[in-house]
Design a protein around this ligand. Sequence first.
Ligand SMILES: C[S@@+](CC[C@H](N)C(=O)[O-])C[C@H]1O[C@@H](n2cnc3c(N)ncnc32)[C@H](O)[C@@H]1O
Length: 297
Amino acid sequence: MPAKPQTLGDWLQWAVRAYGRHKAALGQVAVSAHDEALYLLLHTLGLPLDSKPAVLKRRLTPDEATKVAEIFRRRLEERVPAAYLTREAFLGEHRFYVDERVIIPRSYFLELLPEQIPQWLPAGKPVKRAVDVCTGSGCLAILLAHQFPEAKVDAIELSPDAAAVAKFNLATHGLAKRVLLHRSDVFDTVPAVKYDLILSNPPYVPTRELRGLPEEFTKEPRMALDGGRDGLDIIRKILRQARERLQPHGIVTLEVGGLRAAMDRAFPELDLHWLHTEDGEDCVCVIQAARLLSWRG
Ligand SMILES: C[S@@+](CC[C@H](N)C(=O)[O-])C[C@H]1O[C@@H](n2cnc3c(N)ncnc32)[C@H](O)[C@@H]1O
């Protein structure tokens, strides 16, 4: 490679090495330096994200090179997550506006909502009411609305900052009427409704583990991550309140990161069922209403 990158492909090689030198943390936008750097390059140059490989031969103008160098400086030296630089994040084909007020969407529900979750719901009975608790950017409420076209969806968020981002995303996805946003501490101030489906990707990082997070992750709102002493504070509250909020055939489904063993220990009576994910993380559980009702927690 020439000392000074000329083509987009040169810049990509340069960036991948720079990610390694800077020990950049991955996992917020992509799991490889190559994929994240290519995304940043294409976005910064205003090129389609599905550009053909021939795009790598494109030579950058001096202005473009300056822009690209600056974006990688902010990503690698200031440790700003890529999605906060570009102000966008994707779950599958769905694009969401994001900034520092919300966690960057990266949920296993994208994989599980189309096929596995519906298997836990009564066949032939459309979902009429669904709720996304801890909605952040609103991304999962939007996925719910797409997955269950006949459903009225509620989206619950405590942080006013995050709720403002969710409001914006619901409007740009044309869902401001069908998805109702509530500023509430879990269900505390949400009107009493019985749901077919309660879904949540809540904060679940045990407080003491927050200090060990890579710098990029500390740029996300602490409130989106901090799950209290054992990580289970919000999860306990969701489960307790869900008893009053589920239809008899309803389910709760929770994404809990590394807390699978802790959940099994904390809630043995709930007989948690863990869904299988392609990468084997298996960190999303399902609980049926009958189990919750007989639970004394
Ligand atoms: C892990 S983030 C998930 C955001 C979004 N659902 C996603 O998957 O990207 C958790 C969200 O819960 C919100 N939150 C934290 N405590 C809450 C509470 N007690 N009630 C409602 N929302 C809460 C945070 O502000 C944050 O937006």
